[in-house]
Design a binder for this molecule. Structure first.
Ligand code: GDP
Length: 229
C-alpha cells in the first residue's frame, strides 16, 4: 500500500475556531494514510468514525458534512482500507477509519487492520473520541466490542451511533438504545449512545453537539495558547 495521498487543491478553514462555531459543512479532504506513521501531524483535535462495513458510516459522514464527495473519496478503490482524514480547520479533523467485518478479507489483512486500529486508538495524541457506528438492528458484534475495549483501555471516549433508526418503530428502537447503553456501561463510563438516521436526519443535532464539545476541548487550545507565550 502506498503512503500519503495529498489533495493538492484542499484549502483548510481558519484556525482557531471559536467554541461551538465549527461548521461541519466546511470539511475538506486532507489525505489518506495506510498507517499511523504516514498520518497528518499529530496536533490539534480529531474525531474518528469507525464501524462494520455497511453500518452507514459514509451516509452519516455525508449527512454531517452535507458533502457527498467526501464519502465518495473514501470509497475510491484502494482507499477503502486506508484511514481518510478530512480537515475542518487547520487543527481540527474528522477521520474515516476503514470499515471492518468483511467476510472475505484474508486473516493476514485482518490482523494488520487490528494492529493499525489498536495503535491508532492508543497512540494518537490528537484523537479526542471515537464515533462507533452500528446498524440499530445488529448492534455490538464481537468486533464492535473489540473496538470499545481498545478505546476503553486507552481511556478514549466512545459515542455509539445506532444507525438506520428509521428501520425500527419507536418502541423497539428505544429498547435497543437502552440495552446498548447498559452493555456499554460495562466497558466504562466514557461511553454514550444515541439513535441516528441519515435518511431522516434524526439525531444529527445530538451528534453535532457532541462533536463540537470533543473538537473544541478547551484545554487543548489553552495549551496551544500557553506555548505561544
Ligand atoms: P458504510 O459501508 O458503513 O459506509 O455504509 P453506507 O453509508 O454505504 O450505507 C450502507 C447501506 O445502508 C446503504 O444502502 C445506505 O443507503 C443504507 N443506509 C445508510 N444510512 C441509512 C439510514 O439512515 N436509513 C436507511 N433506511 N438506510 C440507510
Amino acid at each position: 500500500m502506498t503512503g500519503i495521498i495529498n489533495e493538492q487543491q484542499s484549502t483548510t478553514p481558519e484556525f482557531p475556531p471559536k467554541l461551538g462555531t465549527i461548521n461541519f459543512k466546511q470539511a475538506v479532504f486532507l489525505q489518506s494514510a495506510s498507517a499511523l506513521t504516514n498520518a497528518p501531524l499529530d496536533t490539534g483535535s480529531e474525531v474518528a468514525f469507525a464501524g462494520r462495513s455497511n453500518a452507514g458510516k459514509s451516509s452519516a459522514i455525508n449527512t454531517l458534512t452535507g458533502n457527498r464527495k467526501l464519502a465518495r473519496t473514501s470509497r475510491t478503490p484502494g482507499r477503502t482500507q486506508l484511514i481518510n482524514f478530512f480537515a475542518l480547520s487547520e487543527q481540527q479533523r474528522l477521520v474515516d477509519l476503514p470499515g471492518y467485518g468483511y467476510a472475505k478479507v484474508p486473516l493476514k489483512m485482518k490482523r494488520e487492520w487490528n494492529k493499525h486500529m489498536e495503535a491508532y486508538l492508543q497512540r494518537r495524541q490528537s484523537l479526542r473520541g471515537l464515533v462507533l457506528l452500528m446498524d440499530v438492528r445488529h448492534p455490538l458484534t464481537d468486533q464492535d466490542e473489540q473496538m470499545v475495549r481498545w478505546a476503553a483501555s486507552a481511556t478514549m471516549p466512545v459515542h455509539v451511533l445506532l444507525t438506520k433508526a428509521d428501520k425500527l418503530k419507536r418502541g423497539p428502537a428505544k429498547n435497543t438504545l437502552l440495552s446498548v447503553r447498559a452493555r456499554l456501561l460495562e466497558f466504562g463510563d466514557t461511553t454514550s449512545v444515541q439513535l441516528f438516521s441519515s435518511l431522516k436526519g434524526d439525531g444529527l443535532k445530538e451528534l453535532e453537539t457532541l462533536l463540537r464539545a470533543w473538537l473544541t476541548d478547551a484545554s487543548v487550545f489553552d495549551e496551544a495558547a500557553d506555548s505561544d507565550d
